[in-house]
Structure formats: C-alpha cells, structure tokens
Write a protein that binds this ligand. Structure first.
Ligand code: FE2
Length: 246
C-alpha cells in the first residue's frame, strides 16, 4: 500500500483534440487537462475511438497530436504525463490489425482497451476477447458495466477475468452520474473485487462527461478501502507502463 494520498492515472479518455466525439479542439483539450489536474490525475493514456467502419486517426497521427498537445500543455502549470492509446471497438480484424501496428495498444504495452456495443451478444463478446487473449494480448474490457449481457449476469465478468481479461469501469457510473442501474452493477463489481481500473472516459470540459476522479476516489476509499482504491486508480496502471501482467 502506498502513501495515504496518491495521484490518479486515467487509462481511458477522449481528450486528444479533433479525432473522435471527445475534445473538439485544442482549447477544449487544455480545459479538460486543467480540470483533470485539479482532480489529482497526473498520468493519462489518451484513447481515441477506433471503429472499423470509420476513418480514424492513425497510430502515427496519435503520436503527432500528443506531441502538439504536450507542447501546448507545457505553457501551463499542469504537470500531467500523456501516453498514447486507443479504445478499440471489437471486430474480427482487430487482432491482425494490432499485430500489423495499424491499431494502438495502451502505451505500447500488450494491454489493449477494447469496447463492444452496449447490446452486443454475450457469445460475441466472450469469443472476441478469447481470441485476442489467445493471441498474446491482455485485453482490458472498457466500461464493462454498460454491456446489457454482462449486467444481466455479473458472474460473466469472472469468466472474462479467467480467460485473461482485465476489467475497467467508469468513475461516473460509480458516482451515480449515469443513473442507478449502472451504479448498481458497477458497485457490485467493486464489492466483488472484479475490477482492475476505474477511468473517466471523459469527452468534454464540463458536466458529467468531464474528467472527474476525486468524488469517485473518495467513494472507493470509503467503500473498498485505501489499498484497493490505490490499485484501481494508480498501481494497476503502473503495470501497463511497465508492460507487466497484473
Ligand atoms: Fe471511451
């Protein structure tokens, strides 16, 4: 267990400007980063949407934009380290595209942040993650609380963990900002210790889609204890940067 006060790492957010439905321009990105810093977030993996049926920012484009964003950020007293990543909408081509380097993992590690449509079939989710995991990647399932077929049977999360997945839930789901249904399932997963990461999934500079963590961190420390909160908000992310298995 670390120090009582620790900084947070956000492994899932849409702060990179002008590449998806997140930050619309550089000014909004900077506003989001300033807010994130006030929320005690000191490291951020930028995870723009990667969807197979759309034209998406390339891996080199992500790196280039992070360089520009870091340069702009250095003009402000905001000490946040930025890392490249992506939120990958699952398709059968995903594994091959990761191998070819067309799609980004998280911070160059074997961890890949993967999402599905909210009403996706359970067998499609399970088989897809099994395939990815069988090919040497460590899938992190994005906002698992949102999938109807997982929420209906939360024990399915253990099945995903058993096949090599790590689990992410959104901070806003835990604080109740997205309604009681999502809070109930997310809080249950925390209670059962089935979560590895809590992230903001921030898209905007204000409101419930902004990068807020402190309210959730307080809730986690109270409900789950300092040690588990530290793993969820800080320590497990260090394993991504070190490319080590959690
Ligand atoms: Fe997202």
């Amino acid at each position: 267990m670390g120090e009582n006060m620790f900084s947070y790492t956000d492994i899932h957010c849409h702060i990179l400007p002008g590449v998806d439905d997140g930050a619309r321009d550089l000014a909004e990105s900077i506003a989001m980063l300033k807010l994130a810093y006030r929320e005690n977030i000191h490291k951020i993996i930028l995870t723009p949407h990667q969807k197979p049926d759309r034209k998406c920012v390339s891996v080199s484009g992500i790196h280039k934009r992070i360089e520009l964003l870091s340069e702009e950020l250095s003009r402000f007293p905001v000490d946040i380290r930025l890392y490249p990543g992506g939120e990958l909408l699952y398709s059968h081509e995903l594994t091959g595209q990761l191998e070819e380097g067309i799609l980004p993992t998280l911070a160059g590690s074997r961890y890949a942040l993967v999402e599905f449509l909210p009403d996706e079939n359970w067998s499609y989710i399970r088989d897809g993650l099994y395939h990815l995991s069988g090919n040497g990647y460590w899938p992190i399932v994005a906002h698992v609380e949102r999938y109807a077929q997982v929420a209906a049977k939360p024990e399915r999360v253990q099945e995903l963990i058993d096949m090599g997945c790590r689990i992410q839930v959104n901070a806003g789901s835990l604080t109740g900002d997205w309604g009681f249904g999502l809070k109930r399932i997310a809080a249950r997963l925390i209670r059962d210790r089935l979560v590895h990461f809590v992230a903001t999934d921030a898209h905007r500079g204000s409101g419930r889609r902004s990068p807020q963590m402190e309210k959730c961190a307080l809730w986690l420390k109270k409900k789950a204890g300092d040690e588990y909160a530290w793993e969820l908000l800080h320590e497990n992310a260090e394993a991504i940067f070190a490319n080590e298995e959690i």
